[in-house]
Design a protein around this ligand. Structure first.
Ligand SMILES: Cc1cc2nc3c(=O)[nH]c(=O)nc-3n(C[C@H](O)[C@H](O)[C@H](O)COP(=O)(O)OP(=O)(O)OC[C@H]3O[C@@H](n4cnc5c(N)ncnc54)[C@H](O)[C@@H]3O)c2cc1C
Length: 404
């Protein structure tokens, strides 16, 4: 009789943002009682609500250890340095030591960060709203700027809009200018854009459209037309890109270093690597274009976790499906814009504004944090156009796996 205990299946999840945290908690629920070892790796020891990084004031801290307390997930606080898919290992920097983690399945959810390399001077002279360390320095700098100080926000997308409005409301003595290569809120309806312009006029935010930035110098943006736009502080809310780790590991990626995945959300080159959140680039049509967003990161993560679990228990790999419902934009704390969209993300003329919109936006932020970082939320998370999820595998298969 074979009395040896089978070695558990090793699942390593990289990144504890919206995607990684949701996937870890969902997998912990699915695999309870099964011979599975779950490890979650993240650089910091708190769950960062990235959608609040533009906000001034204290954001609630959620230690990852506390979130995982009642689960079987092992937390490793470390920076991921590299992945070797053929050896099925990940190298991490843990304090002063490098460590190698071996996996049977990898779930890659390291998110994205500001693109600081495409335009010269961005890294040296601006602070990126999407990067937690930069965002903290930005708020510190703003708090100490003298009255009349010039703040320039670069980016006319949703992050730039939220940042400019937040700063203008919190620091009415500062001058705020938003500079964008296109138009303000290009993805919004005419009524949505009209509301934005009205709110910015009320806040005194100057909007400079059609001004692509060619380079950044100390204290000034230089536009492609040669115009110099001076600043005391520059908040960068330009485009995001994924980390280069997937590309460096030899995984096929797109121009923004997002890892190409199949319909089941597995790397097209390595079927034991699932990818979720901002790091994933879909190669099938899930029903809508997938932009980097919390709104897509959570569904991608839940779906990847469900498919990974199905893989363990002999269930079917299901294609990811998704549809949008609205875009939520905060305009300071007392105003907002809820832009209703079609499932493919194209805007309708229906909007909600004012305090009601601010309230909805806050509720959505809380909902997202609950779906990512509470066991109850993560296991019950649902989304529009969700294909029937392969959540429970086959109970007979589960038992077979359990006793294998
Ligand atoms: C200011 C702002 C406002 C936003 N507002 C909205 C909004 O209203 N609605 C919306 O849908 N989206 C919004 N977004 C976008 C949204 O925040 C992202 O799309 C979402 O966070 C992506 O989730 P993720 O889990 O893929 O990545 P992240 O949330 O970025 O998580 C990645 C995790 O990986 C960790 N990590 C990264 N590199 C390493 C490494 N080498 N080693 C170890 N750990 C690492 C990070 O520390 C982080 O914990 C906003 C973004 C910003 C910046």
């Amino acid at each position: 009789m074979n009395t040896q205990t089978p070695s558990p299946t090793r699942i390593v999840i990289l990144g504890a943002g919206y995607a990684g945290m949701n996937a870890a908690l969902r997998l912990a629920h699915h695999t309870r009682g099964l011979p599975v070892a779950l490890t979650l790796v993240n650089a910091g020891d708190t769950f960062v609500e990235r959608v609040r990084l533009h906000q001034t004031g204290q954001v609630r801290q959620r230690p990852i250890g506390n979130i995982l307390r009642e689960t079987n997930v092992r937390f490793v606080q470390a920076r991921v340095l590299s992945i070797t898919p053929d050896a099925q290992t990940v190298t991490v920097q843990r304090q002063d030591e490098q460590e190698t983690l071996a996996y049977d399945y990898l779930l890659y959810a390291l998110g994205s960060s500001a693109d600081k390399t495409s335009i010269s001077g961005v890294r040296e002279h601006t602070l990126a709203v999407g990067d937690p360390a930069d965002a903290a320095r930005l708020h510190e700098r703003l708090a100490h700027l003298p009255s009349g100080g010039q703040v320039v926000v670069v980016g006319g997308g949703l992050t730039g809009i939220e940042t400019a409005a937040e700063i203008a409301e919190a620091y009415p003595a500062l001058r705020v200018r938003l500079v964008t290569s296109g138009v303000l809120g290009a993805t919004l309806s005419a009524s949505g854009r009209a509301h934005l312009h009205a709110v910015f006029a009320r806040f005194g935010v100057a909007v400079q459209e059609h001004s692509p930035v060619a380079r950044v110098e100390a204290g000034a943006l230089i536009s492609t037309s040669g115009e110099s736009i001076p600043f005391d502080v520059c908040a960068w809310a330009g485009s995001f890109r994924a980390l280069p780790l997937g590309r460096e590991a030899g995984l096929p990626v797109n121009a923004r270093d997002q890892i190409l995945v199949d319909a089941a959300l597995r790397s097209v080159a390595h079927a034991n690597i699932y990818v979720a959140g901002d790091s994933a680039a879909l190669t099938h049509d899930p029903g809508a274009p997938i932009r980097m967003a919390c709104a897509t990161a959570l569904p991608l993560a839940s779906h990847a976790a469900d498919n990974l679990y199905a893989r363990l228990t002999g269930g079917e790999q299901r294609p990811f499906g998704f549809g949008y419902f609205f875009q939520c934009i905060s305009l300071g704390r007392q105003d907002g814009l809820i832009q209703f969209v079609r499932p493919d993300d194209s805007p309708t003329e229906r909007i909600l504004t004012g305090r009601a919109a601010a309230w909805v936006k806050e509720a959505v932020c809380r909902y997202a944090a609950a779906m990512a970082a509470t066991p109850f939320g993560a296991r019950n998370h649902r989304w529009p156009k969700q294909h029937r999820a392969a959540q429970h595998g086959d109970e007979n298969q589960r038992e077979a796996y359990q006793s294998s």
